[in-house]
Design a protein around this ligand. Structure first.
Ligand code: NAD
Length: 320
């Protein structure tokens, strides 16, 4: 019999790509999602398959999955600032209670569990680039604290289940990832710029645009997740693309790609917006033989094609 994997957050951007990958690897995939930020259209192509099941369920509540499980990927969580600022309590709950429930399930089923942590646990970093030994600079009561601290707690309880209950756990710290199935209106820079360009609006850069980001294409991330899951390393591993770009330069790249003649306008920087983010991926390179393969020009083109082909009304849809 094929291996069975539970993927929480299955209807989201990353969760849906993970469902595709594990289906292609021949797994029986059980997707779980409460659709708070996800979209069933991301996984509707999987419904006819006999090796795919979907549970509409809030993972912050008790989870029951019949049968055996070999792996659990815990990806359920609001992920963009626009979402977690609107639903802060659910964000804290899914990082805390949701992770606890998944770990309990992993322990009961003797399954290996990987949790989706984030570069946000480094906060506004005082060390650059960030390696896994850096403990971070997070403001727990700032607006982003609900997400950052939820994920820090998630790492702590995951490590505790490993140490005290012997559960096989993996922790991935994901840096900004992009690709098809992102939401245009999720507030992140990349879809925001593309959405504005497609609507013929000026591109909004917050601050002076000198703050940097590094963007990893989703296929590269999924490969990193797969390799980490199959590895025997239980401490956190950064996965991201170290190729850094300022938001101002990035906005210009988007304008060039879309052929748009709109302008770039500048607005005040939001509170606690990190100034620099770049992963140190030495550990992923050495332990997993992983590094990103898709350059920004190629990834951006694929993502733009996806957004361009969305129905016109999607361009004007307000966040959930
Ligand atoms: P997303 O919003 O597209 O997907 C998250 C999914 O989780 C959604 O489908 C949502 O409905 C579901 N969900 C949220 N709370 C839930 C709950 N209580 N019960 C069941 N389902 C729930 O976001 P994403 O970008 O795909 O992010 C997925 C995961 O990866 C998150 O845990 C996020 O913190 C992490 N991550 C993402 C990035 C990135 O660049 N996209 C970076 C770092 C970490």
């Amino acid at each position: 019999m094929g291996k069975r994997i539970l993927i929480t957050g299955a209807a989201g951007f990353l969760g849906s790509h993970l469902c595709d990958r594990f289906i292609n690897e021949g797994y029986h995939v059980i997707g779980m999602d409460n659709l708070i930020t996800g979209d069933m259209r991301n996984i509707e192509h999987l419904f006819p398959l006999s090796n795919f099941e979907f549970y509409h369920h809030d993972v912050s509540k008790f989870i029951h999955v019949p049968g055996e499980l070999d792996y659990i990927l815990h990806f359920a969580s609001p992920a963009s600032p626009i979402d977690y600022l609107k639903i802060p309590i659910q964000t804290l709950k899914v990082g805390a209670l949701g992770t606890h429930n998944c770990l309990g399930l992993a322990r009961a089923k003797n399954a290996r569990m990987l949790v989706a942590s984030t570069s946000e646990i480094y906060g506004d970093p005082l060390v650059h680039p960030q390696n896994e030994e850096y403990w971070g600079n997070v403001n727990p009561v700032g607006p982003r604290g609900v997400y950052d601290e939820a994920k820090r707690y998630m790492e702590a309880i995951t490590m505790a289940y490993h140490t005290f209950h012997g559960v096989q756990t993996r922790i991935i710290r994901i840096f900004n990832t992009y690709g098809p199935r992102m939401r245009l209106n999720d507030g992140r820079a990349l879809p925001a710029f593309i959405g504005q360009a497609l609507r013929g609006e000026d591109l909004t850069v917050f601050g002076d645009g000198s703050q940097t980001r590094s963007f990893c294409y989703v296929d590269d991330l999924v490969e990193g997740i797969y390799r980490l899951l199959m590895s025997d390393y239980e401490k956190p591993v950064n996965i991201g693309n170290p190729n850094e770009i300022s938001l101002k330069d990035f906005a210009e790249e988007v304008l060039k790609l879309t052929g748009s003649s709109v302008k770039i306008i500048y607005k005040p920087l939001p509170v606690d917006d990190p100034k620099q983010r770049r992963p140190d991926i030495t550990k992923a390179q050495e332990l997993l033989g992983w590094e990103p393969k898709v350059g920004r020009a190629e990834g951006l083109k694929k993502t733009y094609e996806y957004f361009k082909n969305l129905p016109q009304e999607e361009l004007y849809k307000q966040p959930k």
